[in-house]
Ligand binder design. Structure first.
Ligand SMILES: C[S@@+](CC[C@H](N)C(=O)[O-])C[C@H]1O[C@@H](n2cnc3c(N)ncnc32)[C@H](O)[C@@H]1O
Length: 284
């Protein structure tokens, strides 16, 4: 999601007080809790909403959001940047293939959760890796996000062809002998994920801030989501991941995600290059 330079220059300044009163009102009225999101990113998100919808100021945004519930749901993606890619950071997928999946191969079922899956590119990447390793059939893959529009795109698995060259190059870095076209129908303007990958993924709306999870997973991905959260919220969400991870499971975060010092009680670093952690068993 690129911001035009005009939007950037027209950006409305939002004060801390305005931000706090708006997020508190949204929480009370709609039950969507942004009150502990990192302030700078959230202010940028609200400023984007104002610019893209010609609302002029925080007052305009305030009245639009509080009068029209559909507005916030429809434009939540402008608030939460949901950039993602197929085969983003190929070295992670190599590490997963060569190391992690080998450790999990003997399990009767492999449970995986992509928290904050956005439009689905990350989980379809995982599904491709699993399929090529002969493990897709025994995997249960859950992908969740707060944004219903992102989830709709994810379920359809149809992406613009503009990035196909980049995606193919990333895939070939991961697997030089492979053929990326094997997993997609490549049309004139778009690429469509093959049904046998789609059929193995369950997409669900889930808010990491408020919702519980009553399953255990062997791998949890939460990449580039916690960048929006303040330290207290991060710890709350990390506790949810800790409780949802099998004792021998793996927790994978994004390159720009910073874990709070206190999270050392929950997770220990497994591989620094790819930001992979394991459960800290001293805490169990
Ligand atoms: C930058 S995308 C990350 C996509 C993918 N994990 C990746 O790294 O390629 C961040 C996603 O986090 C989601 N998100 C933000 N707050 C959330 C919350 N409280 N619960 C669930 N998802 C959330 C956004 O809707 C967005 O789709």
């Amino acid at each position: 999601m690129n911001e035009s330079s005009q939007e950037t220059s027209n950006r409305v300044e939002i004060t801390d007080e305005e931000l706090i009163s708006l997020t508190t009102a949204v929480k009370t009225r709609y039950g969507i809790d942004f009150t502990s999101y990192e302030k700078k990113s959230l202010k940028r998100g609200f400023a984007r909403l104002i610019a893209r919808n010609d609302l002029g100021s925080m007052v305009g945004l305030w009245s639009k959001i509080l009068k029209d519930k559909e507005f916030l749901i429809k434009y939540i993606d402008d608030l939460l940047v949901n950039l993602t890619e197929l085969f983003r950071n190929p070295e992670i997928w190599l590490k997963i293939k060569d190391d992690i999946l080998e450790k999990l191969r003997s399990k009767p079922i492999i449970n995986i959760w992509h928290a904050g899956c956005s439009t689905g590119e990350e989980i379809y990447t995982m599904a491709i890796v699993l399929k090529e390793q002969g493990l897709l059939l025994k995997t249960r893959a859950l992908a969740t996000d707060l944004s219903t529009t992102a989830l709709e795109t994810a379920k359809q698995g149809i992406y613009s062809k503009i990035l196909w060259k980049k995606y193919s190059a990333s895939y070939l870095t991961y697997y030089p002998k492979g053929n990326p076209e094997y997993h997609f129908t490549v049309n004139e303007n778009d690429i469509v994920v093959s049904n046998n990958l789609k059929n193995h993924v369950t997409f669900l709306r889930h808010n990491l801030v408020q919702d519980s999870m009553n399953k255990k997973f062997h791998i949890i991905f939460c990449r580039n989501v916690m960048i929006y959260f303040d330290e207290t919220l991060k710890m709350k969400v990390l506790k949810l991941f800790y409780d949802s991870l099998e004792d021998d499971g793996f927790f994978i975060i994004g390159y720009y995600d910073m874990l709070p010092e206190a999270s050392k009680d929950l997770f220990v670093l497994y591989d620094a290059t790819t930001r992979i952690y394991r459960k800290n068993k001293l805490n169990t």
